[in-house]
Design a protein around this ligand. Structure first.
Ligand code: UDP
Ligand code: MG
Length: 337
């Protein structure tokens, strides 16, 4: 199998047959061996029956029916787990992504990348509650993770199997896939894709998503930079608190000895105690984090590194790309600026 197109569906009954038709028009016109993994994420609007009917007449469809609504991330994970393709293409099931972009994405991947993620440059969603929060979130994420990206929210992506199967998708982490993949050593590149307004059905997300993304960003930042050595974060904070606490304690002692002041209950002594206790707690969290990280690597068959197994299999005939992809150089120049 060359390509698996993985599509999560939650209450997309009107979109499903149209999407299926568009996908077949695009994919049947290529020489690719493909399958379409539709994941029904516990729909209640008839999507399940519609999918069952489509799958009966089309053997390229691999339906996956989740028992209840688990959310887009879990649905994507389920789709990837059931996919057989060497390349996994993920996209939305609401016709907002355009199947006609898939061949372009695959061609880009063949240039020697491991992940191509879409950039909905002309995004067809409302400005105030969708595009603006998304622009701010993307900018913040770019700055925090040092991963230059315009549009993390675009589901349309092409990912090599090797990377897709290793992605740890929990909670709502599908929005951070390119960053997680990059952490696994994937060569990532962005590609402009088309975007259409939603014609049928409802979006499943509101403005509250922005705040959840910001919380997820904290998690991702921690996973990226401190997961294997939490003590660097917590130990550093503990040292700062301990230093401040000691300084305040010394000031209290000085006041007591030099001018005989009654330091009991003064802000100096109280904040000194607060900082010293905080430093002890931070140190304990750091130690627990270190132990946790060791348990994770010891028992989860996880490794703190990834070995490239099939580097250029499907890109033997094309020119080998530069080791440093474009976005990395643009990151450097952005940092320099
Ligand atoms: N989706 C899903 N489970 C959910 C929510 C969404 O499978 O709990 C699917 C949904 O059917 C669609 C895709 O995820 O195919 C993106 O959802 P939506 O269009 O609502 O997101 P938006 O485009 O508004 O960001
Ligand atoms: Mg949508």
């Amino acid at each position: 199998m060359d390509v698996s197109v993985v599509i999560p569906l939650y209450n997309e009954v009107e979109n499903l047959p149209r999407l299926h038709r568009q996908l077949q028009e695009t994919l049947a016109g290529t020489s690719l061996r493909y399958e379409i993994v539709f994941v029904d994420d516990g729909s209640q609007d008839g999507t399940t029956d519609s999918l069952r009917e489509l799958a009966e007449h089309d053997e390229t469809i691999k339906p996956v029916y989740l028992r209840r609504n688990y959310g887009q991330t879990a649905a994507l994970r389920a789709g990837i787990d059931h996919a057989h393709g060497e390349v996994i293409v993920t996209m939305d099931g609401d016709l907002q992504n355009d199947p006609a972009d898939i061949p372009r994405m695959l061609a880009k991947l063949e240039e020697g990348y491991d992940l191509v993620h879409g950039w909905r440059r002309h995004r067809q969603d409302r400005w105030l509650d969708r595009r603006l929060p998304s622009m701010i979130a993307n900018w913040l994420i770019s700055r925090t993770t040092r991963f230059p990206v315009h549009d993390l929210g675009c589901t349309l992506k092409a990912i090599r199997r090797e990377i897709a199967t290793e992605l740890e998708l929990h909670g709502e982490m599908h929005r951070f896939i390119p960053i997680l993949a990059h952490q696994l050593g994937a060569r990532c590149v962005e590609l402009e894709v088309k975007h259409h307004p939603r014609r049928f059905g409802q979006t499943k997300y509101g403005i509250s998503r922005t705040f959840r993304v910001l919380l997820d960003l904290l998690t991702v930042k921690y996973l990226l930079h401190f997961f294997t050595s939490p003590m660097k974060l917590f130990g550093g904070a503990a040292m700062c608190c301990a230093t401040l606490g000691m300084l305040l304690l010394a000031t209290s002692a000085l006041l007591k000895v030099a001018i005989g002041a009654d330091v009991t209950g003064t802000p100096f002594l109280l904040t000194a105690i607060l900082f010293l206790l905080a430093s002890l707690q931070l140190l304990s969290v750091g130690l627990l984090g270190e132990v946790n990280s060791r348990i994770y690597f010891a028992h989860g068959e996880q490794r703190p590194y990834r070995v490239r197994t099939a580097p250029w299999d499907s890109a033997q005939t094309v020119q080998r790309p530069r080791q440093v992809p474009d976005w990395a150089t643009s990151a450097k120049s952005a940092e320099a600026a």
